[in-house]
Design a binder for this molecule. Structure first.
Ligand code: AMP
Ligand code: FE
Ligand code: FE
Ligand code: ZN
Length: 276
C-alpha cells in the first residue's frame, strides 16, 4: 500500500489540476492520495470524483497557514468540515491576508529592480482562491527576472527575504482547536523544515498533543534523516501519529515527486478512524 497524504493542485500553488493530480497519483502507483491545498478545499470535490472514476483511495485535506511565535507553521487538516462556520470564517481571513499582501510585495519587487504587474501575477494565479508566493515567483519567471521558483525564493521571496511581507495567519493552537471542532484530524506539516525548528520543540509538541494534535509529518523532503529519526522518537513518546508525504506541487517544486515519502497503512487507517 502506497499512501501519500500531502499534495497540492492549481487550486493553490501546485501545477496540476485536481483531476490531473489524481491521474498522476495512479501512474505513480499510489493506492491512496490526499489533496491538501493551502487554506482552501475548493479542489476536493473534483479530486474525489476523479478518484472514484479511476479507482484510487482519496482523503480530503487542507494545509492551513498558522503562526507560532512569529514563525509560519503549516497544519494539515484531514476530513474537516470546511463549511463549519468557525473554520470557514478563519479561512476567509487567511485568504484575504494572502491577497492583501500582493501589492506591498510587488512594490518591494519594483524597488529591487524586478517589476511585475498585478495582472502578470493574476495570470499565474488563474482561478486559485489562495494567492501564494509561488504565483508571484511564476510571474517573476515569466517576466524573465529569475529562472525558476527556487531562484525567486532565494533572491526575493523567502521568509525574511528582501521582498517578503508577512501576512495574517491563525494562531497554531487556535488552528488545532478549530480543526478539531470541525471534526478534522490535524497533523503538523514538515515541523522541522526551514525556519520552524526553532519554535517547535518537545514542549510545544507536547502541548499541541494535549490541544488535540493527532500527528507529526515525519518523512518529508525538508527533513534530513537524523531529524526524521528524532521526530519519530518524539511522535512515539507523545503518542502522535507519524506520517510521510511528498508535498507534491507538480512542476512547482523539485524533488517532491508523488510517493517519494509515504504513510504507513496503519497510521492512515487511524487518521481516517478519528475523523468525526
Ligand atoms: P505562501 O503560501 O505565500 O506563504 O508561500 C509559501 C509556499 O511557497 C510554500 O507552501 C511552498 O509551496 C513554497 N515555497 C516556500 N519556499 C520555497 C522555495 N525555496 N522554493 C520554492 N517554493 C517554495
Ligand atoms: Fe505550497
Ligand atoms: Fe507546507
Ligand atoms: Zn504543502
Amino acid at each position: 500500500m502506497k499512501i501519500d497524504l500531502h499534495t497540492h493542485s492549481v487550486v493553490s500553488d501546485g501545477t496540476d489540476s485536481p483531476e490531473d493530480l489524481i491521474r498522476t497519483a495512479v501512474r505513480a502507483g499510489l493506492d491512496v492520495v490526499a489533496l491538501t491545498d493551502h487554506d482552501t478545499g475548493d479542489g476536493l470535490d473534483r479530486a474525489a470524483r476523479t478518484a472514484d472514476e479511476v479507482g484510487i483511495g482519496f482523503l480530503a485535506g487542507m494545509e492551513m497557514s498558522t503562526a507560532h511565535e512569529g514563525h509560519s507553521v503549516h497544519l494539515l487538516a484531514y476530513g474537516a468540515d470546511l463549511d463549519h462556520p468557525d473554520l470557514a470564517g478563519e479561512l476567509v481571513r487567511v485568504r484575504e491576508g494572502r491577497s492583501g499582501r500582493l501589492r506591498p510585495v510587488l512594490a518591494k519587487l519594483a524597488e529591487l529592480g524586478a517589476p511585475v504587474s498585478e495582472a502578470e501575477v493574476q495570470a499565474q494565479v488563474g482561478g486559485s482562491p489562495s494567492v501564494g508566493r509561488p504565483h508571484i515567483a511564476d510571474a517573476l519567471v515569466a517576466a524573465g527576472h529569475v529562472a525558476d521558483r527556487r531562484e525567486a525564493f532565494d533572491r526575493f521571496l523567502a521568509d525574511g527575504g528582501p521582498a517578503h511581507v508577512p501576512r495574517y495567519a491563525t494562531g497554531l493552537f487556535e488552528a488545532v482547536e478549530l480543526v478539531a471542532r470541525a471534526g478534522g484530524v490535524s497533523v503538523l506539516a514538515h515541523p522541522w523544515g526551514r525556519h520552524t525548528r526553532q519554535v517547535l520543540d518537545l514542549e510545544v509538541f507536547s502541548r499541541l498533543a494535549e490541544a488535540g494534535l493527532a500527528g507529526l509529518e515525519v518523512d518529508h523532503q525538508d527533513h534530513p534523516i537524523e531529524l526524521r529519526r528524532e521526530l519519530r522518537r518524539i511522535a512515539r513518546r507523545l503518542d502522535l501519529l507519524p506520517t510521510g508525504s511528498s508535498d507534491y506541487h507538480g512542476t512547482g517544486k523539485r524533488d517532491h515527486d508523488l510517493g517519494c515519502n509515504t504513510t504507513d497503512p496503519q497510521v492512515y487507517r487511524e487518521i481516517v478512524a478519528r475523523i468525526g
